[in-house]
Design a binder for this molecule. Structure first.
Ligand SMILES: Cc1ncc(COP(=O)(O)O)c(C=O)c1O
Length: 420
């Protein structure tokens, strides 16, 4: 599909204002380099399921036990999603109804804890996630949150700190996983600590679920009591969440999601999840997952060769966290300049960041979306060169303008999905 073909003929005729904003977004996605680590481009099949008539259906409950009539097709769809995701990750139980990654985590909190219980989680400033108990988040207000961080020397999880905080605070739950942690996580080590203090061990694999699905990195499923995830990042499904667990936790998780936290599931999104899980079960998805990592590593190495520093010394996953202090530039200025140049990333705090949260010393860059478009190492090296040029002087609009034109030429050769 070319940039001039709109997908929205009916909407255009009925509601030009909304249609034109969506069309603007489609062109933005096609004509720029989407490098936000948590974004991806779903297949047309996933998009079709997400836009299907299932949006009309109420199906409160679970397959075979619904509170509404007329749920037979919904039962089929949800059973397909459950069976496929269990096969994909090898879990005993799966709940596919969470509307998002945050509500999936809320459901786990609700299933496993009482208000006031203690949670030990990775701090947001060191790569964790808001929903793991930041003070502005619901979890941070209802539970006692203790944070571990990364070591100053290698910027990787400090297990001595995890163990000593666990022994001191005896948390009810220990959480790992995050939004800006580029290295592999030693799940077995976490489980040993959790067992020692009798804590529930939750892994939030929202960011790297697709890499686990593609067997490109080790799985947390054999180690954790509960695994939560989004489905829309590396996993390349619709915007939503899932919760995997063992047989002991499965029924408790189901009760916490519904009726504990939600009403009717978004059946069109459950259908889109089933389609995405089916895609992730195909051998081609393993190739995708490996290429995502190769692309992130290539991008990182190329940025290092331009004098930039990578947090934790590089990446084992789909994202890099770039420390911009060698260039004397802030994350905020760099991300804004890159947007003008047609490269979308986000500013991100680096560990022990001297800058405020809204300024930061870093940018987070991810490879999943561009890998879905079919880009490989050669394109990553080219893009790294553009990023370095733009970031070196974020006030120079002529560089941004030139790179914007080059980005336009590159993206014209790549549809949003490589198989189109
Ligand atoms: C680790 C992690 N958990 C949970 C979430 C929340 O997902 P959602 O935005 O779907 O609520 C995110 C989103 O960035 C995340 O990175």
């Amino acid at each position: 599909m070319s940039v001039t073909d709109s997908e929205l003929s009916i909407l255009e005729a009925q509601d030009a204002a909304v249609a034109s904003a969506i069309e603007e977004e489609r062109r933005r996605q096609l004509g720029t380099l989407e490098m936000i680590a948590s974004e991806n481009f779903v297949s047309r099949a996933v998009q079709e399921a997400a836009g299907s008539v299932l949006t009309n259906k109420y199906a409160e409950g679970y397959p075979g036990k619904r509170y509404y009539n007329g749920c037979e097709p919904s039962d089929k769809v949800e059973n397909l999603a459950i069976e496929r995701v269990k096969q994909l990750f090898g879990s005993e139980c799966a709940n596919v109804q969470s509307h998002s990654g945050s509500t999936a985590n809320q459901a786990v909190f609700f299933a496993a804890m009482k208000p006031g219980d203690t949670v030990l989680s990775l701090s947001l400033a060191n790569g964790g996630h808001l929903s793991h108990g930041h003070r502005v988040n619901m979890a941070g207000q209802f539970f006692k949150i203790v944070n571990y961080g990364v070591s100053a020397d290698n910027e990787q999880i400090n297990f001595d700190e995890v163990a000593s905080l666990a022994r001191e605070h005896k948390p009810r739950m220990i959480i790992t996983g995050g939004s800006a942690y580029p290295r592999l996580i030693d799940f077995a080590k976490f489980r040993t600590i959790a067992d020692e203090v009798d804590a529930v061990f939750l892994v939030d694999m929202a960011h790297f679920a697709g890499l686990v699905a593609g067997k490109a990195i080790p799985s947390p499923v054999p180690h954790a009591h509960i695994v939560s995830s989004t489905t829309h990042k590396t996993l390349r499904g619709p915007r939503a969440g899932i919760i995997l667990s063992n047989a002991e936790w499965g029924p408790k998780i189901d009760k916490a999601v519904f009726p504990g936290l939600q009403g009717g599931p978004l059946m069109h999104i459950v259908a889109a999840k089933a389609v995405a899980f089916g895609e992730a079960l195909k051998p081609s998805f393993a190739n995708y997952a490996k290429q995502v990592i190769r692309n992130a590593q290539t991008l990182g190495e190329a940025l290092v060769s331009k004098g930039l520093r990578l947090v934790a010394g590089g990446t084992d996953t789909h994202l890099i966290l770039v420390d911009l202090r060698n260039y004397n530039v802030t994350g905020k200025d760099a991300a804004n300049a890159l947007e003008h140049a047609g490269i979308t990333v986000n500013k991100n705090a680096i560990p022990f960041d001297p800058q405020k949260e809204w300024v930061t010393s870093g940018i987070r860059i991810g490879s999943p979306a561009l890998t879905s478009r079919g880009m490989k190492e050669t394109e990553m090296r080219t893009i790294a060169g553009w990023i370095a040029e733009v970031v070196k002087d974020p006030t120079d609009e002529s560089i941004q303008k030139r790179v914007r034109a080059q980005v336009g030429e590159l993206t014209a050769n790549y549809p949003l999905r490589a198989d189109e």
